[in-house]
Ligand binder design. Structure first.
Ligand SMILES: N[C@@H](CCC(=O)N[C@@H](CS)C(=O)NCC(=O)O)C(=O)O
Length: 213
């Protein structure tokens, strides 16, 4: 078990404009796990990032003992385990049908998020190399995932009448779309998700990790 009183802190690498980094950061806020935030861009600060993370992929979490872990889903799994050890209710139920259901909502949130990020990467390519049909496909997938989440949102939260990782991951993805790609947000088509995002973005955990640093 990790000693949460250790003077060595966790270290989270990556900017909060990454929805993958931000969902991990919000989770650490919810669990009150102190961390050092190393806010380096995978694109603009490669020289500074290279010695820390030559994969240039974020988020990366360095544990107090120096172990490094990659891939936001695995980071969240680690944080849930820590939370459970500390007697807190994990944001993703640890087993059974509840576990699967929250994970599947997270999967929808990640499809919407990954497709939005892919649209942004396509936009970064030189104009003559951009492929409109590909962007249309990505947009269709992103909107489909958002519509499926919207359909599942009946009440204040996506699952079980309480805050879960499904809500955090969805709102992190929505925040990215609305901040980086505002023209891509299907305005008026997802009113329940918009209400969820407004409420969570106003919460302490989200406010502590603003997209714009
Ligand atoms: N599946 C990964 C996705 C992470 C990801 O794509 N991060 C972006 C920043 S938003 C990144 O590192 N991009 C640089 C690259 O892919 O080269 C996760 O959930 O951790």
């Amino acid at each position: 078990m990790t000693d949460m009183t250790s003077s060595m802190k966790h270290q989270l690498l990556g900017l909060y404009d990454s929805p993958f980094v931000r969902r991990v950061a919000v989770t650490m806020q919810c669990y009150a796990i102190p961390y050092e935030h190393v806010s380096l861009s995978v694109f603009r600060q490669m020289d500074a990032m290279r010695p820390l993370n030559p994969l240039f992929k974020v988020p990366m979490l360095t544990l107090p003992d120096g172990e490094k872990i990659y891939e936001s889903a695995y980071l969240l799994d680690y944080l849930d385990e820590l939370a459970a050890e500390r007697g807190m209710t994990p944001l993703t139920p640890r087993s059974g049908s509840e576990h699967r259901q929250v994970q599947q909502l997270m999967a929808l949130a990640m499809v919407a998020t990954e497709k939005a990020v892919a649209i942004e990467y396509e936009r970064k390519r030189p104009a003559e190399l951009q492929w409109p049909d590909w962007t249309n496909r990505l947009r269709g997938q992103m909107r489909q995932a958002l519509a499926m989440l919207e359909e599942r949102l009946d009440g204040d939260f996506l699952f079980g009448g309480r805050l879960t990782q499904a809500d955090i991951s969805s709102v992190a993805g929505i925040g990215f779309i609305r901040y980086v790609l505002p023209h891509e947000w299907p305005s008026g088509e997802c009113p329940a998700l918009e209400r969820l995002a407004e409420r969570l973005e106003a919460s302490e955990a989200f406010q502590a990790v603003p997209i714009e640093e």
